[in-house]
Each structure stands twice: as C-alpha cells, then as structure tokens.
Ligand binder design. Sequence first.
Ligand code: HEC
Ligand code: HEC
Length: 305
Amino acid sequence: MTRSKKPVFTFEKVQNTKGLATSLLALLLLVLPAMTLLGGCGNQVTVKRDDSDLVSKDVTKGGREAIYPDDKPSEPDGKVVYEKLSCAECHGADGKGVSGKAAIDLASAQYMRKQKPIDQYMFLAFGKDGLKHPSTLDSVSSQKTWNLVFYLRSLACPLMGATDYEQVTPVYGANCAVCHGPKGYGDGPLNKYNVLEPNPANFQNYQRFYDRTDDTLYDHIANGIKWEGMPNFLGKQDKAKGVKFDQAYIWKLVAYVRAFHSTNKQIAEANIGSPAAGSPSEKPKEGQTADRAKSEEARPEGETK
Ligand code: HEC
Ligand code: HEC
C-alpha cells in the first residue's frame, strides 16, 4: 500500500525545528492509534480512492451521458412519473410484475440491493441492448427519471421513517460523526489535520453514492474497509446507547447514509425534520458543482471542532 499521494501535513507555518518536532509528535500520536485500532479489521474491499473516476464508463453508454439531478430525487414525484408512463402495465402497481409482461420483481429487496442508482438511471433513460423497453427521456426530464429511480428503490426498500431516523441520529453522532462529520461531509474532528488517507467518505457527494449498491454500503459498514480507517461494525455494541450492531441495524445505517443524499427536500423537512440530516434547504440549484461548493462552504473553522 503506497501512500505517495499528497503530503498529509504541510509545515509552511512552522518557524523552528522545535515546532516541527512537536507537530510531528502530535501527528504521530494521532495517526498511530487510528491506524492500529481501525486498520486491521474486516474483509478486504476495493473501493474507489477518490471521486474523480466516477464520471467514467459507468455513466457513459455509447456516448450517452448521465445528467445528474438538479435537486434531490423525490420519491413521491417518482410515483407520479411511474403512473404517467404506465410502468404498471407491465410491472404492476407494486412493482412485482404482471405475468406475461415483465417477470422481474422490482419490489424484491434482494434484487434492489444489488442495483446502483446510476445503472438504473442509464437503463431507464437509454434502455438496454436486446430489450425493447420504453425510454423515459422520450417523455420526461432527467430529473424526473432520477425521481423514478428512487421511487423504484423505495418499492423494495421503504424509506426510513421519522422514528427510525430520530433513533439512529444519536448513534450516528456517537459512532460515525467523529470521522464523517455531523452532517456527513466527511469533515469529522478526528480528521481535522487530514490524518486519514483517504478522507472519510463525504455522504453528501451523491454522485459517489449513486455509484454504490446497498450491498456495497452494507459490506463497508459491516466489515469495514481495510487500511482505509473505516472500522467494521457488525457484531459490535454501543452500550451507552443500548445498540447492538446486528445485520438489521447495519441496514438501518445504510438507509441513514443514503438519506444524506437521496432524500428530497420535502421528505427531509416533513418526514425527518432535522437540518442535521443535511437538509438541502440552503443548496443553490446547480447540481454537482454547487454541491461541492456547498460542501466547502459548510466547513467553517468552528464546525470541525
Ligand atoms: C411493455 C412492458 C413494459 C413497460 C411499459 C415497462 N417495462 Fe420495465 N421491463 C419490462 C421487461 C420485459 C423487462 C425485462 C425484465 C423482465 O422480463 O421482467 C423490464 C425491466 C425493467 C427493469 C429492470 C432492468 C434491469 O436490468 O434490472 C426496470 C428497473 C424497469 N423495467 C423499470 C420500468 C419503469 C420505471 C417503467 C416505466 C417507465 C417500465 N419499466 C416500463 C417491460 C416493461
Ligand atoms: C475512524 C474514522 C471512521 C469512523 C468512526 C467511521 N468511518 Fe466510515 N469511513 C471512514 C473512511 C476513512 C472511509 C473510506 C473513505 C474512502 O474509501 O474514500 C469510510 C467509508 C465509509 C463508507 C463507504 C463509502 C463508500 O464509498 O462505499 C460508509 C458507507 C461509511 N464509511 C459509513 C460509516 C458509518 C455508518 C459509520 C458509523 C457507524 C462510520 N462510517 C464510521 C472512516 C470512518
């Protein structure tokens, strides 16, 4: 494992060697326990090291490009689109499939957890070779296609309700926010000096998470990511909060992580009602770049302390 990328520390402001030594010591004290405690657990899982390579093969298909949503996808609007485009004619109102028309069970969690949102978007927008299938972009916008994607996902894996959300929030706060930040920007206090390489995942970066299946997220939370500082949680306990991280709880965490980026404004406000959920209310409507800008802007000095 090479760690050749960027230096984790810059010493420009250090005037004398005594200061340098102190900083080095501080760095060591921070890094060593983090590496030994968190590094050596779980299955080896290969994840993308940064977000730069996402706009690649997955999102282009014969020159067709994915257009990312301007706003958080809305499941309720997706339902309207599902009805408008008569998807139910073949897939049934519940997604289970109409016999003789479509065999696939879109309401199966097992199936849905293996699907990446981005692949589903590409399928709905542009279809698939060898399958005659309506293409959504013939009649609706790409935003509406995203809404449809997340509506389909909610058929199989219902959205997290407000009660569950409120119960998980303090558990997230106690176990995850130290690295991932209270609002999921990956800016938790443990990484204040950029000691974690790579940085903890930014849950607000929806492009990254549209490129993940739920199964992948489950695996990363349950088993950790070796050498990347992401601890394994399956089988552990948070005694103070009275929580056991069993399989069911890991799935809740998957839904919680997704709620940072896939929950629309209305649901975030009405259903969840917590600005700590990364409610997009302040977000300017410019999609990805705006999201990134917001992420920078949401890291004032005080917030990382
Ligand atoms: C004329 C019938 C028909 C209509 C209308 C239709 N589909 Fe399909 N759909 C199919 C068939 C056939 C398949 C292939 C799988 C199968 O045989 O069940 C499929 C597959 C899918 C898949 C799975 C793709 C994969 O590779 O896993 C999704 C998701 C899907 N359809 C969503 C939709 C949505 C959303 C709509 C409405 C815009 C829609 N379909 C309209 C017939 C239809
Ligand atoms: C000690 C720091 C730390 C803690 C605590 C931590 N994480 Fe992580 N997490 C990381 C790092 C580092 C990564 C790897 C980021 C990367 O690969 O780019 C990561 C990655 C992830 C990913 C994978 C993202 C992907 O792209 O697949 C998920 C999901 C995740 N963490 C969820 C959680 C949850 C939920 C908790 C609390 C139950 C938690 N993390 C606690 C540091 C941490």
